[in-house]
Design a protein around this ligand. Structure first.
Ligand code: ATP
Ligand code: MG
Length: 565
């Protein structure tokens, strides 16, 4: 415990949640245990918002020597699928967290929850209501108007028991009866007005099959699952604050000692230019507006992974935004900043030309080629050097040449000189245009052998340095450039407009015939690089040796921030 205090003292930016945890540990609550859980509902893929919860749940347990369970909240048999369970596990591991052997399911507790419901009925604390859902909901009242008691509220215990058992035997239709907790219809907190705790669902459950015909509501399963697992700190998002009195009430009926989980709420992660609703993300997938859950434009963890994000960059971003009690919307530029910062230190710089224009160096021997040596990462010399072949014909970026350049265009133009990075200084002597299209096809240059990088006997200086790829050695590749999926900061938050209206039509641009340096021939899926002057790129899952595909993770600079200035 002393260690914990020291830990806390060292780090000034600890969240209010961590403060609470430290206090609890200090007071010796729960015998000094910390045990958290991450409780996803397996009805979709995890997104960056979930990462915020994961980093907190697993992070706090790790930091204070505790445990974190993975618990699938699988109370709704209709929407849940094993595909989601597998992806959720993969994504949590990828983020760098481990639940060891503690993989649980709310459905593990269906038996216990059923017993608890029976117990509530026997104690006069739950009743079967025969009214349809709309009537029950109309009777709930409003926050300022008390609710109306159901005519079935005072049903005798024996009748309730009999009906509830028969509900579970499949005797009644879905929606014809529910089990409600008997609390108080006048309490201002609407969640306490005799909430529904069990409903009839005649669906097969992915784990319990046909065993149950009644299923607990999320609110009836969640708090008790925490209790059954001995969770000490139940960390969840702000919308559950109003559910807390109900969870407390239920635990009060259940608990046999002083132990109870402590629920602490924090703000959800919202990000600009995207949305976090699993339901809407599923729509994007089902309607084919993106290419699956792992489309690199999706805010899902698998999408971000495929885009080239690292777990470190995501954890760093979560660290930067922190945990508070106020809802906010975070700027996606900060996430992009985090990945740039991480990749800058880690990945090698390479040459890739996305929009190639051929340069012919007329005084370089036709049959010659030579290797020039280039530092892999100036931020980290230990990453070594690599050899890049240079020859008479090289590709440069089309927009690095201009026939009639404006002032201060320090790239290539008729009569000007630039350095080809790591190689020589070249001078443009002429160029060739296509007669019909007027498009520039080739640029002719001379090179100065005395300007070789590293040797550089001439001492000549030029303002511009270009990246390039030897035409003879180039690897042809497809490059996918991604932009924001939506062109509105808050696409899902507009009352009068459907979010689809804000889909960015240019969120994916596919470039073919890009020219990459030959070292990239051996790049494997998810290998990451900085294409010099262009951004960070990674090898896509669909990439093959004969058809390499690279995704742009992020450009080098934040062009959006600039445009919005
Ligand atoms: P739904 O919208 O389908 O109810 P959900 O977003 O609540 O889903 P769950 O699978 O129930 O998704 O979430 C698992 C955990 O992740 C919950 O504890 C939830 O509070 C947390 N979580 C979900 N979305 C976010 C978010 N945007 N920011 C922070 N935490 C989140
Ligand atoms: Mg949920």
């Amino acid at each position: 415990m002393k260690e914990n205090r020291e830990l806390a003292a060292k780090n000034e930016s600890i969240s209010f949640i961590e403060q609470f945890i430290i206090e609890d540990l200090k007071e010796g609550k729960n015998q000094g245990r910390i045990h958290t859980r991450f409780p996803p509902e397996p009805n979709g893929y995890l997104h960056i918002g979930h990462a915020k919860a994961i980093c907190l749940d697993f992070g706090m347990a790790k930091k204070y020597g505790g445990k974190c369970n993975l618990r699938f909240d699988d109370t709704n048999p209709v929407k849940e699928e094993t595909e989601y369970i597998d992806s959720i596990k993969e994504d949590i591991r990828w983020l760098g967290f481990d639940w060891e052997d503690r993989e649980f399911y709310a459905s593990d507790y269906f038996g216990k929850l059923f017993e608890f419901a029976i117990d509530l009925i026997k104690r006069g604390l739950a009743y079967v209501d025969d009214q349809p859902a709309d009537v029950i909901s109309a009777q709930k009242g409003t926050p300022i108007q008390p609710g109306i008691e159901s005519p079935f509220r005072n049903r005798p215990v024996a009748e309730n028991l009999d009906l509830f058992y028969r509900m579970n035997e499949g005797e009644f239709e879905e929606g014809s009866r529910v089990l409600r907790a008997k609390i108080d219809m006048t309490i201002p907190n609407m969640h306490m007005r005799d909430p529904i705790i069990y409903r009839i669902l005649k669906a097969s459950h992915h784990r319990t099959g046909e065993v149950w015909k009644v299923y607990p509501m999320y609110d009836f399963a969640h708090g008790q699952s925490d209790y059954f697992e001995g969770i000490t700190h139940s960390l969840c998002t702000l919308e559950f604050e109003v559910h807390r009195p109900l969870y407390d009430w239920l635990i009060d009926q259940l608990k046999t000692s002083e132990y109870r989980p402590r629920q602490i709420e924090f703000n959800r992660l919202n990000l600009t230019f995207t949305m976090m609703s699993k339901r809407k993300l599923l729509e994007l997938v089902q309607e084919g507006r993106v290419n699956g859950w792992d489309d690199p434009r999706m805010p899902t963890l698998c999408g971000l992974r495929r885009r080239g994000y690292t777990p470190e960059s995501i954890r760093r971003f979560i660290d930067l935004i922190g945990y508070t009690k106020v809802e906010a919307i975070n700027d996606i530029s900060l996430l992009e900043h985090a990945v740039r910062e991480d990749l800058n230190l880690k990945v090698p710089r390479v040459f890739g030309v996305l929009d190639p224009l051929k340069v012919i160096i007329i005084n370089y021997p036709e049959d010659k080629s030579e290797d020039v040596e280039i530092l892999n990462n100036p931020e980290d010399e230990s990453m070594g050097r690599r050899k890049v072949p240079f020859s008479r014909e090289v590709f440069i970026e089309r927009d690095d040449f201009m026939e009639n350049p404006p002032q201060k265009f320090f790239r290539l133009a008729p009569g000007t000189e630039v350095r080809l990075k790591g190689a020589y200084i070249i001078k443009c002597v002429s160029f060739k245009k296509n007669d019909k299209t007027n498009i520039i096809e080739e640029v002719f240059c001379t090179y100065d052998p005395a300007t070789k990088s590293g040797e550089h006997a001439s001492g000549k200086k030029v303002k511009g340095t270009l990246h390039w790829v030897s035409a003879f050695h180039a690897v042809d590749a497809e490059v996918r450039l991604y932009d924001r999926l939506f062109n509105h900061e808050d696409p899902a938050g507009q009352k009068d407009d459907d979010y689809r209206k804000f889909l960015n039509p240019d969120s994916l641009r596919i470039l073919k015939g890009c020219k990459l340096e030959p070292s990239l021939r051996s790049a494997k899926r998810l290998d990451k690089f900085q294409f010099q002057r262009l951004g960070y790129f990674c090898v896509d899952f669909d990439s093959t040796e004969s058809h390499p595909i690279f995704n742009r993770t992020v450009s080098l600079k934040d062009t959006w921030a600039k445009m919005n200035k």
